[in-house]
Design a protein. Structure first.
Length: 387
């Protein structure tokens, strides 16, 4: 039994059992796991990013009726640092959700509450300069606006100047990005044949001379194998990454079935796929194909590996890489909008919109505050582990 089947398990036990379950799917990188455990003690925001398995376990019991909502194909592990940029097929700069490792059919409220919780935590940890209620209201307003208008991708080439100004701040020093990649150690252990082939196919030309390095990145996925192929191509540096994918932590979460509101019964019969996830299926490729998005042509799921281009304009944006002067409310509104873009890819989005209209004005802030308090309790307990 996984720790995620034990909602009453302490954080140390839940973590150990989750990692034991994850190790049945892939060989874990022990040194990276130790780094993850250390980062989890450093602050409650990195703790939130690193422990989606705990969130999946606990959130329905903590938020109550908020978890009783129509399901969509959701991001799952959504937070304010799971956003970044990429280039679409036209070469335009696009902003949106960066990672879908934990994609799963969930109540639409999961993504909103987790995003709002991360904003409340980031106000203290990252000096996000906005009052808590305004932050959650901005997320909810962006989400509602996008559902009402049918959504649209956040293309930075022509529109969204404020968002563009925030997103391109880090692009002013591309040399530092490549310098960090080039000093990574070469992988000395055998690289899986499937990874070698996937990386070779992802390069712009065949038979390029590459060096495969080990990259330490992320927090939720830290400990999973990652291989990056570095090469020089026509006057500049290029990189492609292969990251091991796993089943979502939701497959082992002890959350039980969530009751469906009576008015949504007809919709649920029409979208039976969303009522319960397939515990043998990784949903990363599914969520990439759905929603109102401009896809990254350099991202592909190949078996149990995610292959993608790495570049200064094609990566996650940490909050500390945004300009100091920024419009926090506009940024959070855009995050809510992009969340709706993704949910619009599910046939049940109309049921989600109807459910949203029945809720009071404070539901998101109240749920996020309760989750932030539970998170802080877990983080303080984790800090005592190994202390």
């Amino acid at each position: 039994m996984s720790g995620s089947d034990r909602p009453d398990a302490g954080i140390a036990e839940a973590t150990a059992r989750y990692e034991a379950w994850l190790a049945t799917q892939m060989p874990l990188v022990k040194a990276d796991l130790e780094l993850k455990h250390h980062a989890m003690r450093a602050g409650n925001f990195p703790f939130l990013r690193a422990t989606y398995y705990r969130w999946a376990d606990r959130w329905p019991a903590i938020v109550g009726d908020v978890a009783t909502a129509p399901r969509v194909l959701a991001v799952g592990d959504l937070h304010v640092e799971n956003f970044g940029t990429w280039r679409d097929a036209e070469g335009r700069l696009i902003w949106g959700v960066n990672d879908f490792d934990e994609a799963w059919p969930l109540p639409y409220t999961n993504d909103l509450v987790r995003l709002a919780t991360s904003a409340l935590v980031a106000i203290d940890y990252h000096d996000l300069e906005i009052e808590g209620r305004r932050a959650t209201d901005a997320i909810l307003e962006g989400y509602t606006d996008a559902l009402d208008r049918g959504g649209h991708a956040l293309v930075l080439a022509e529109h969204h100047q404020a968002l563009r100004d925030m997103a391109v701040q880090r692009l002013r020093d591309p040399e530092s990005y490549w310098d960090k990649l080039k000093v990574l150690p070469t992988v000395r252990t055998p690289v899986p044949r499937a990874v070698q082939l996937a990386l070779a196919r992802a390069l712009p030309e065949r038979h390029l001379e590459t060096r495969i390095v080990h990259r330490i990145a992320g927090l939720g996925s830290l400990g999973r194998p990652r291989f990056v192929a570095l090469a020089e191509w026509r006057g500049g540096s290029i990189a492609r990454e292969a990251k091991a994918l796993a089943l979502s932590a939701c497959t082992v979460a002890g959350r039980g079935e969530v009751r469906t509101p009576p008015y949504a019964q007809i919709v649920w019969r029409a979208v039976r796929w969303a009522a319960k996830g397939d515990a043998s299926r990784i949903y990363y490729a599914d969520i990439l194909r759905r929603g109102v998005r401009c896809p990254d042509p350099c991202v592909a799921v190949q078996g149990t590996w995610l292959v993608r281009r790495l570049a200064p304009d094609c990566s996650r944006i940490p909050l500390n890489e945004l300009p100091r002067k920024r419009d926090e409310e506009r940024l959070l509104h855009a995050m809510g909008w992009e969340t709706a873009n993704i949910h619009l890819g599910s046939p049940s989005w109309r049921a989600a919109r109807a459910d949203l209209k029945r809720r009071n004005a404070r539901w998101l802030h109240d749920a996020a505050r309760r989750m932030a308090e539970a998170l802080d309790e877990d983080w303080r307990a984790w800090r005592k582990v190994g202390a």
